[in-house]
Design a protein around this ligand. Sequence first.
Ligand code: ADP
Ligand code: ASP
Ligand code: MG
Length: 412
Amino acid sequence: MIVQKYGGTSVGDVDRIRAVADRVASAREGGYDVCVVVSAMGDTTDDLTRMAHALTPVPQPRELDMLLTSGERIAMSLLAIAINAKGCKAASYTGSQAGIITTTEHGKAKIVDVRPGRIQEALAAGNVVIVAGFQGVSTSLDVTTLGRGGSDTTGVALAAALDAEFCEIFTDVDGVYTTDPRICPDARRLDSISYEEMLEMAASGAKVLQLRSVEYARRHGVRVHVRSSFTGEPGTWVQDEGTEGMEQALISGVALDDTEAKITIEEVPDRPGVAANIFKAVADESINVDMIVQNVSHSGTTDMSFTAPRADLSKLEDVLDRIVKEIGAARFVVDGGIAKISLIGAGMKSHPGVAADMFQVLAAEQVNIEMISTSSIRISCVIRSDDAERAVRAVHDHFELGEGAVERGAAV
Ligand code: ADP
Ligand code: ASP
Ligand code: MG
């Protein structure tokens, strides 16, 4: 039993869908039971989102989810048609039909249960089963979506529920690289990466896997194989750190996140409970806050900055209009021109000086650091978005992560 997930580019047009049908049919002929998860074709999700926003700045969340789930339904039914046309039995199911039960937060629902009875019956009847990714049905019976990139999570969740040998994520790159190969052509493909490092990479903006899918895979022990849907070559295994043959690099990669904005609340009264007030109000709107920096107070007030997804800005501005008045702060300002660069590596735990090195590289590039946050295996800096790609290439180069460095004999 295997689960294969195909991303948007991989099912981007009818010819590509036919190529996916060939690949699925050959896995089936190879003796596997196959469950396939598909994303919407090409830019469908973006196009649908744009249409909704052309009608109103903040579309009603329930209706937006109803709209967006249609993208995956198109892809799943076309793929089922293509596979059937090859003489191989296939049947497609929506997330709801596949038993993907979620929380009720539209646009970023979490999977709480998978009840794969119907899928198992269809598999037992000899079908290849195609499931629409990125969607489920909430505990209050509404259709929900799992957040951008959510088909990865559908794939991993089904792999866990069906007790699959592994989950293959077929995408438009041939694995997980030391950094986004579109930014840094010298980036090197990793043969394997630990769940912990992949979690930090995904949380830091490497969109090759949705963060939730990596959390789910780690929790349920699902091995994930990220590979190209175009070549058939082996890609990158995401698995336990201790697995035999794993790479043991000091640094595994550099990630860039250009989807967030920086918000600064100015002249916040310096008294207990203020931070709790602000971030409770923000959390109540299901907005994820990332970095938070509070300056030292000299005059009874202080400035507080944090980052949050740009996609949530209209909601956030409504909350902040209210909360700034409630707590007696002066005002808030939004800065959409930032990006976050992160350096990730399990070896950092035992190697002091990595952060200092990274700051020095940025300084040499004349890149100003506006915020810093760290975990035991990650260092992140908020910088100007105009500097971001140059910064990624400089940091990647300095830590000798690329193909070129390996050829020169650098220790990796
Ligand atoms: P799919 O549509 O198949 O889900 P995505 O666009 O979501 O594909 O993810 C694949 C993309 O992730 C790649 O095209 C690449 O530009 C980007 N990416 C970012 N960081 C990395 C990385 N470290 N390794 C590989 N790809 C990365
Ligand atoms: N179609 C959705 C998106 O574009 C889900 C996915 O591709 O994983 O985000
Ligand atoms: Mg994706």
